[in-house]
Design a protein around this ligand. Sequence first.
Ligand code: AMP
Length: 488
Amino acid sequence: MTSSFSNLLLAEPLARAVAEMGYETMTPIQAQAIPVVLSGQDVMGAAQTGTGKTAAFSLPLLQRMLKHENASTSPARHPVRALVLLPTRELADQVAQQIKLYAKYTNLRSTVVFGGIDMKPQTLELKKGVEVLVATPGRLLDHIEAKNAVLNQVEYVVLDEADRMLDIGFLPDLQRILSYLPKQRTTLLFSATFSPEIKRLAGSYLQNPVTIEVARPNETASTVEQHFYSVADDDKRRALRQIVRQRGITQAFVFVNSKLGCARLARSLERDGLRTSALHGDKSQDERLKSLAAFKAGEVDLLVCTDVAARGLDIKDVPAVFNFDIPFNAEDYVHRIGRTGRAGASGLAVSFASGGNDARLVADIEKLIKKKIELEPVEFEEDRPRGRINDGRRHWREEGEAGDARDVLDQPRERRDADARRGGGGRPHRAPAAPRDPFFDKPYEPGQPDATPAWEAAAKASTPGRGISSNIKSKRKVPALFKSAEPS
Ligand code: AMP
C-alpha cells in the first residue's frame, strides 16, 4: 500500500493545499480511509483525534464534491452538501479550520456553527450558502429550527467522535438531525471505540460500511521523565514555580481537577508573574479560543486546564505536563502525559500528590501503568540552608486509604457531562445522557441514563498504559499514548 499523497491523484487544488501544509506521507487512517471514501462507500472508522482523521475524511469528500463544483455565487446554488458533526465547540472549530485549509484553493465554501456564542454571525454565513457545514448538534438544531440551515441536499455526513456524542447525550439530537437528511448519501462514522452503542448507531445509519481500524497510536516509545512529588496543597504553587524555573520550562499544560481550581490557579500563577491562561468549561467560547490561540502562538507559557477542556485539542508536543491535581481517573493521567514526549522528543511529567484521596488515585495510576510509583519530596530552594524539606513528603502508601474514594471518583463524570453538554450548544432541555435503549422506538424522547456510559466502558476496555516499562525516578521510556487527544 502506497502512502504518498502524490500517488492519490488528488485534484490539483487539494494537492496544492496538502503540499502547502507540508504533508508528504499519509497517516495510517488516511491511507486506509481515503480510497474507500473516494469509492463512495460508507466508513466506520476507529481512530482518535491526532491520527490525521480530519484529512482522512475531508480530502476525499472535497474531491468528490469538486466533481460537481458550482461556480455560481448565488446562495441557493450552494446548498449544504457535506455535514460534519462533532461533540464540542473546540473540536468543531478545529476541524472547520482544517477543512478551510484543505479547501483553500477550491470554490467550496465552509463554515462552522457551535453553541455558546451569538447565532447571528453564524446565520449570516449560512445564508450566504455553504457546501461544507461543521457543527455541534445542539446549535445545528437551533439553526435548523430557525430555518437558517436546510439539509435536504446533504450528500455526505460525518459523525466524528461519535462515542463522545453519545456519552454526552446527543443521541436524540443526532436522530433528529439525521432524519432531515436524504436517505441517499454517504455516511462516515468515527469513534475512538466500537462500543455496542456505536455499532447500533452504525447499524441504523450506515449502509454496508467498510470498517477501518488503525492501531492505537500509543505503541511507539518516547521519552517521558515522570516524577511524583509529595507536596502539601499550600506548597504546590511554589513547587510548580520552582520546577518551571529550575528546568527552564518554556511551555506546559497544568492540569487541575475542577473548573474553579483551574480559574483560581491561573489567576494566582499570573500574579506570580507567569504568563498563564486558563481553559475550562465556564469560560466563554471567545475566551477559550483566545487562550488556545495565545498558547499556540507562544504568548502564554502555562495553559491551566481541566481534562474536559483539554480533550481533543490539537496541541502537539509540549515540553512538560504538570498534574497539579492527581487526576480522578488513572486513564486521564495517561492522556494528560501523552501530550508530552511525543515522537521521540523528551518530555517531563510532574505530578503533585498531597493527602487524602491522592493515595488511592496514585495507586490506581500505578496499577494502570504497571509501574511502581515513588513519591519524591520537594526540596525548596529557600529552605535549603536549614536543610529542611517540605512537610508534605511521604510515600503515598503511608497516606492510607483515607476518605471515600467514591465521592471523588463520581465527581468527574458529572463534571465532564456538564462541561461537554454546555459545549454542545447549551440547550438545557436536552437529554442528560444516552438513553439505555435509544434506538428509534421513540426517536426524540430521552430515556433513562445508561447504567454504564460508553466512556466508562471504553475506559475499561482499553489498556492505554500497556507496555510502560520504566523507572519512575529516572528518564524512562513511555509509549506516546495518544497522538493528540484523549479518547472518550
Ligand atoms: P487530526 O487527527 O485530523 O486532528 O490531525 C492531527 C494533526 O495532524 C493536524 O495538525 C494535521 O494538520 C496533522 N496531519 C494530518 N495529516 C497529516 C499528514 N499526512 N502528515 C503530517 N501531518 C498531518
